[in-house]
Design a protein around this ligand. Structure first.
Ligand SMILES: [Zn+2]
Length: 211
C-alpha cells in the first residue's frame, strides 16, 4: 500500500469517526422510512406526500460556511460524506444534504400537483465517481461536462441532475428558485444546484431552519 492508499485509509477512518460522533450527538435518523420501490407510477404523488410528512419533523437549524458549504458536512470533505449524513429525496434512491433533499422533495411533490413529473438521474456524487466522470466527459473548464474532482456541487450533496421533459423543464425554470434550486451549469439544463441563501424572502442569512 502506497502513501496515497494509506491517506485514503486514514480519510476513510476519520470520516467514520466523524459519522459516529455525529450520530452520538443526537442526529435524528429517519432511514426507517426508506422504500425500495422505484417510486414511479400512479402512486408517486401519494408516496411523495407521505415522504414529505415524514421528513418534515426534523426542525433542525442548518448553516453554510463562507463558501456556501454546509457546516455539518465540511469536515468530511467533498465527495467523502457518509450516507448516514445525507437524507433521502422523497422515496427515491437519491440522497442529498438534508435541506437540499427536503426542498427537492417539496418541489417534486408540488410539481406533481401541477401534473408535472420531475425525475432524478443523479444526486450526491462520491469523489471516485467525480474522477471517473471527469475522465469520461472532460472538465467543464475545458469544454467538457464534469467539474474538477473535489469541487463538484454533487460532492456536497448540493445538486441534482434532473430528468425533465420540455414541460417539466419549463416548470422548474419558473419555480425552482422558490425552493432554492438554480440551474448552476449553463451548458447543462439538467443540473440544478441548491442555493438556499438565494431563496426569495430568506433575507440572505447564513442560518435557516428546516421545518
Ligand atoms: Zn450535475
Amino acid at each position: 500500500m502506497g502513501i496515497e492508499g494509506l491517506n485514503n485509509r486514514i480519510a476513510d477512518i476519520q470520516s467514520r469517526i466523524i459519522a459516529l460522533q455525529t450520530q452520538q450527538a443526537g442526529r435524528t435518523t429517519q432511514s426507517s422510512t426508506t422504500s425500495s420501490t422505484g417510486a414511479a407510477g400512479d402512486d408517486f404523488a401519494s408516496y411523495l406526500s407521505d415522504a414529505v410528512s415524514q421528513t418534515s419533523t426534523s426542525g433542525r437549524t442548518y448553516s453554510l460556511n463562507g463558501k456556501g458549504i454546509p457546516t455539518d458536512l465540511e469536515a468530511y470533505g467533498n465527495g467523502k460524506i457518509p450516507a448516514s449524513a445525507l437524507e433521502q429525496v422523497g422515496t427515491t434512491r437519491h440522497k442529498l444534504w438534508g435541506p437540499a433533499a427536503e426542498a427537492l422533495t417539496r418541489m417534486m411533490s408540488d410539481a406533481e400537483k401541477d401534473g408535472v413529473h420531475i425525475g432524478i438521474t443523479d444526486s450526491y456524487r462520491p469523489y471516485t465517481e467525480q474522477v471517473d466522470l471527469a475522465r469520461r466527459k472532460g472538465l467543464y473548464s475545458q469544454g467538457g461536462l464534469a467539474a474538477k474532482p473535489g469541487t463538484s456541487e454533487h460532492g456536497w450533496g448540493m445538486a441534482a441532475d434532473l430528468d425533465l421533459n420540455a414541460k417539466a423543464l419549463a416548470w422548474v425554470r419558473e419555480n425552482g428558485a422558490k425552493y432554492g434550486y438554480f440551474n448552476t451549469a449553463s451548458r447543462e439544463s439538467w443540473h440544478w444546484g441548491f442555493k438556499p441563501n438565494s431563496v426569495q424572502g430568506s433575507g440572505g442569512g447564513q442560518q435557516f431552519s428546516v421545518q
